[in-house]
Design a protein around this ligand. Structure first.
Ligand SMILES: *Cc1c(COP(=O)(O)O)cnc(C)c1O
Length: 440
């Protein structure tokens, strides 16, 4: 690759970044946001997010009927935990515990289930199931199930998206067909088969698997493809997390402002989950939200796309990387163009972290917080130190005119994205591993 050489002294040169990534070392790219960029329209976004929230509300009685949930509310929200580990001296750190989301125990519950609910509502509407009903609870029962059973939802997944969509689809009676890439873990495939989903295994990486699944779904009747690389519904499902977090911070008495910004550390694969969450956070908090994407060094597709600049999303192979990571949820070779198109200018930083650092955080989160994380879900923790170290290494003048000027007084939110439903023996194996290579 030749393009994208940085001419801004605040952002590291493209070639230096690639060199670090190839060496498996932490790398940081920051968005100096000098030009202002094409910021999205916050009013439009707020309206879109309200619309998504309405859909969640409509379906809540059906979800409460199908799943055992805390409080029986049918709302898929995660706790906000105070982090007992001193991560940043003098600053509060919270954990947004999506590893413990009801129903699926991973962040994909937000986007994946939302996208599926859109499909369900669409089928229900076209089949006359919504006429005269008082509550969507009806959709969880016969005769709605018989109608849904005529339909198949197709998804490509490294594991968690397939599970999140599959568990809810099969609960409503739909058939689920999940196409899985070569990095998918055996226990994630087995969990899907137990649900009654069809698992189609591919000997290719995630990007190629999404393409194969899309093609396979294209010509079939009553078949609905949820496109992880390219779905506005998925994106919007994640965005609801912004309002949820704002309400939790308010009840915790935590005020967020430009003077006291919020820094969110978000594990990133194709970018849909962290991208949608960023969309939600920026809609609620504006410039007071600083969004940091965290990726494995060998699969740092978002960092590469951001550093390469407008109009391109290079694959990690183009940069001489291998997409070799034990963090299966983040093992993605090319970032989503939809996400780049929507919020390229909103992503404040991308941090690439070595697998070993994620593994160390899986251990610490378990020992010091009794929190059960899968490797991918620890990327946010692993990104905090390299990010803050990078900022502190910048000369003052280079920081003070950016969105990072007040990071010293920030509230930090580490987003943990999955792991609570890992089978004990799989989790124990992860704890026994001395190097992440043992887990690949
Ligand atoms: C999918 C996933 C992510 C990242 O989501 P993308 O939409 O692929 O960026 C992060 N953590 C876990 C555990 C995941 O399963």
């Amino acid at each position: 690759m030749t393009s994208g050489e940085s001419c801004d002294e605040r952002t590291p040169a493209f070639s230096d970044l690639i060199e670090k990534l190839r060496a498996g070392k932490p790398a940081v790219w920051i968005n100096p946001r000098r030009q202002g960029g094409n910021r999205f329209d916050a009013d439009t976004a707020a309206e879109q997010i309200r619309g998504a929230e309405d859909l969640w509300q409509r379906f809540a009685p059906a979800i409460a009927c199908l799943f055992d949930m805390p409080g029986g509310s049918g709302r898929i929200h995660s706790p906000l935990l105070e982090c007992p580990i001193t991560l940043v001296h003098g600053s509060p750190v919270y954990v947004k515990a999506d590893h413990a989301l009801p129903v699926t125990a991973c962040v994909k519950a937000r986007g994946g289930i939302y996208a599926l609910l859109r499909v369900l509502e669409d089928i229900a509407g076209r089949s006359g199931l919504l006429e005269g009903i008082e509550s969507y609870e009806t959709l969880a029962r016969e005769p709605a199930r018989k109608v849904f059973a005529e339909h198949t939802v197709v998804i490509a997944s490294t594991g968690n998206l397939g599970f999140s969509v599959g568990v809810v689809a099969t609960a409503f009676g739909l058939r689920a067909e999940v196409h899985m890439s070569d990095c998918a873990k055996a226990w994630k495939k087995n969990r899907l088969r137990t649900l009654g989903a069809t698992v189609v295994e591919h000997a290719s990486d995630y990007t190629a698997t999404v393409g194969a699944a899309r093609a396979s779904a294209a010509s079939r009747r009553n078949t609905h493809f949820i496109d992880d690389e390219n779905s506005w519904d998925l994106f919007l499902g994640y965005a609801g997390a912004g309002c949820e977090l704002a309400a939790q911070l308010e009840s915790a008495g935590v005020e967020v402002s430009i003077e006291r910004p919020l820094v969110a550390y978000l594990p990133c694969g194709v970018g849909g989950a962290p991208g949608g969450i960023t969309y939600g956070l920026k809609t609620v908090f504006g410039d007071a939200a600083i969004c940091v994407f965290a990726e494995p060094t060998d699969a740092a597709c978002m960092l590469l796309a951001l550093a390469a600049g407008e109009g391109s999303a290079p694959s990690v192979y183009d940069a001489g990387l291998g997409n070799r990571t034990a963090a299966d949820g983040l093992a993605v070779s090319r970032a989503s163009l939809l996400v780049l198109d929507k919020i390229r200018n909103e992503i404040d930083a991308a941090v690439a972290v070595p697998d070993g650092d994620m593994l160390a955080w899986v251990h610490r989160a378990w020992r010091e917080m009794s929190v059960k994380l899968e490797l991918s879900a620890a990327a946010g923790f692993a990104a905090v130190e390299p990010f803050l170290e990078f900022l502190s290494g910048l000369p003052d003048g280079h920081r003070s005119d950016t969105q990072f000027a007040n990071v010293a007084s920030a509230v930090h939110i580490v987003w943990t994205t999955g792991g609570n439903l890992m089978p004990d023996q799989v989790f124990e194996r992860q704890l026994r591993a001395t190097s992440a290579a043992d887990l690949r």
